[in-house]
Write a protein that binds this ligand. Sequence first.
Ligand SMILES: O=C(O)CCC(=O)C(=O)O
Ligand SMILES: [Fe+2]
Length: 194
Amino acid sequence: MLLRSAALAFETEVLTALDEITLQAPFRHMVTPGGFTMSVAMTNCGEAGWVTDRTGYRYDRNDPETGRPWPAMPTCFLDLAVHCASRAGYPAFRPDACLINRYEPGARLSLHQDRDERDFAKPIVSISLGLPAIFQFGGLKRDDPVKKFAMRHGDVAVWGGASRLCYHGVTALKEGVHDVLGRMRVNLTFRGAL
Ligand SMILES: O=C(O)CCC(=O)C(=O)O
Ligand SMILES: [Fe+2]
């Protein structure tokens, strides 16, 4: 489900909280198990954070850069995720992890499934902020056809149920400067990881 502008009511609080998180746990470019450095820079908040390194993908309760727990999930993040999940038909969803992605022009995320979470009954709630991006949403097989959606500042996508393991990705971010966030897109994905 695509909820246009659903995050706008939370914008000010969420951007302030984001700044606090990235002071504790700065964005970094992680390395895939195959040895590639990701063009998207990432950090996390919540009880666990998604990480990748040469050993694989996992959720880790600690930030590998500092050895300390990830910053706690701010109340406004939780409120935003619960509000959007509820609108999309998942009123019981309470995320325990939020992966925060930063795209600069040229950065992209190739088609993948979100499958490192424990319970696929819980949806993914994905918030777009800053520069617009093209979100691709496909099927259960990597080569299934994809639909493309322009995601703009404040737009929210929620997928779960039969769509929970659908392949998805983001095409290379176009050059631009956003009024509020400048030369970047930030995406928050809320998950039930543990
Ligand atoms: O940036 C996006 O819109 C999607 C992010 C995503 O698929 C992920 O973090 O797993
Ligand atoms: Fe994903």
